[in-house]
Design a protein around this ligand. Structure first.
Ligand code: ACO
Length: 402
């Protein structure tokens, strides 16, 4: 909706658009979404083709630099990432400062923010080689930080990254490996996780990406901006939804698989009760990422020996919602988060790590947008207006008269 706001000392016309439903904040070459048709493309390439043929590292290059890399470019990029996976020993001490049951998301955002203190000489947002280096450092170190946050929470020692491994393989080993035992990465798990990261890699002006751009518009450095994005992702209406879906499905399972009571609460709009993993600001059709995840879920869950029970509940819930008047009327379809949690759980990740996995996946998108924003001559500091609704001028009232 648009409202007129009378602004003292100003031109007087303000577009009021809570949640920015119809307000564009920038031009962007990175990602195209047609929400009505259920289309998603990165740099013009359909998400389905990237999910099938690309890798997360290659897709990261595509998002950040705009083109698919040639062989040499990919080798160099991969090599750079592999060489930057280690954390400064002093940064590792950070993890001791958090409570043992610390949620890994704030640990991740704090550690990413702290990275800027370790690389103070490489923070100039307009120095491209420095921005390249910061981008690589983030892509390489965020999976290491994420794995350490997990290890810390279960009281296990940190492993050093193995730079002969690819990004996803390294992350799996750092997460699930033990110092004295060899860890063989399951190639099917690595491939599935790599594909899930591709699906999460960008989604134009979502809440966390807009946050990265907003913070960066003040010319704050890349680490500071990405740390802010991680915090935005933490919320249950955004990246936190993948964890919330699992909690919801477990609740239904523990109620003997009966979803009626839950659905009734959703439809009655009881505060805070929503069908998690459903609905999207932009998609008014099936989220193409959700379709890919759903088609992959059963194979990988069965291979890993996870129970199908929860997947069956999820599919029944989807089937119900797709034919129920409430959801049909509002064009609510499964979004990317509806099925991912079930796969992450089968892979052995605890629920708290689900949103961290989303953050690893979304990282190249955040980096690409920050860089596009910094390079764009139209960028101005993000500074929305408001329609003031408080009291007009009042006279100060002394304490004895209140
Ligand atoms: N369950 C039940 N009702 C819903 C849901 C849902 N998941 N999502 C939207 N609705 C209803 C709203 O109550 C509203 O109904 P009304 O018109 O009668 O008032 C209508 O659908 C429109 O919803 P809004 O909240 O206005 O839609 P908005 O675009 O602001 O929100 C959002 C989008 C946040 C994704 C919302 O659909 C939601 O909360 N979904 C559940 C959380 C979730 O899955 N988030 C992940 C998003 S995707 C991502 O981050 C990868």
């Amino acid at each position: 909706g648009v409202a007129l706001g009378k602004m003292l000392g100003d031109t007087g016309l303000i577009t009021l658009d809570p949640g920015y439903v119809n307000t564009g904040a920038c031009r962007s070459d990175i990602t195209y979404i047609d929400g009505d048709a259920g289309i998603l493309r990165y740099r013009g390439y359909p998400i389905e083709e990237l999910a099938q043929n690309s890798t997360f590292v290659e897709t990261s290059y595509l998002l950040i630099y705009g083109e698919l890399p040639n062989k040499q470019q990919l080798e160099t990029f991969t090599d750079q990432i592999q060489r930057h996976t280690m954390l400064h020993e002093d940064l590792k001490k950070f993890f001791d400062g958090f409570p043992v049951d610390a949620h890994p998301m704030p640990v991740l955002s704090s550690a990413v923010s702290a990275l800027s203190t370790f690389y103070q000489r490489a923070l100039d947002p307009f120095d491209e080689p420095n921005v390249d280096l910061s981008s690589v450092r983030l892509l390489a170190k965020v999976p290491t930080i994420a794995a350490y946050a997990y290890k810390n929470s279960i009281g296990q020692p940190f492993l050093y990254p193995d730079n002969s491994l690819g990004l996803v393989e390294n992350f799996l080993r750092l997460t699930f490996g033990l110092p004295a035992e060899p860890y063989d990465v399951d190639p099917d798990v690595a491939k599935a996780l790599d594909m899930l990261f591709i699906l999460h890699a960008d989604h134009e002006q979502n809440c966390s990406t807009s946050t990265v751009r907003m913070v960066g518009s003040s010319q704050a450095n890349l680490f500071a901006s990405i740390s802010a994005g991680i915090n935005a992702l933490f919320g249950p209406l955004h990246g936190g939804a993948n964890a919330a879906v699992l909690t919801m499905l477990e609740g239904i399972r523990d109620n003997e698989g009966n979803a009626d009571e839950f659905v009734r609460k959703v439809k009655n709009k009881e505060p805070g009760v929503r069908l998690m993993g459903f609905g999207h600001r932009v998609y008014k059709n099936y989220d193409p990422r959700a379709a890919i995840v759903r088609d992959t879920a059963r194979g990988i869950i069965e291979k890993l020996g996870g129970g199908d029970e929860m997947l069956d509940i999820a599919m029944r819930l989807e089937e119900f919602a797709l034919h129920d008047e409430y959801f049909v009327e509002r064009k609510l379809y499964p979004n990317v988060d509806f099925y991912t949690g079930l796969i992450y759980q089968a892979m052995g990740f605890p629920t708290e790590m689900f949103t961290v996995l989303f953050a690893i996946g979304r990282l190249p998108g955040w980096i690409a947008h920050w860089r596009e924003m910094i390079d764009d001559p139209d960028t101005r500091i993000g500074r929305p207006r408001q329609v003031y609704t408080g009291p007009t001028q009042r006279e100060y009232v002394g304490m004895d008269q209140r």
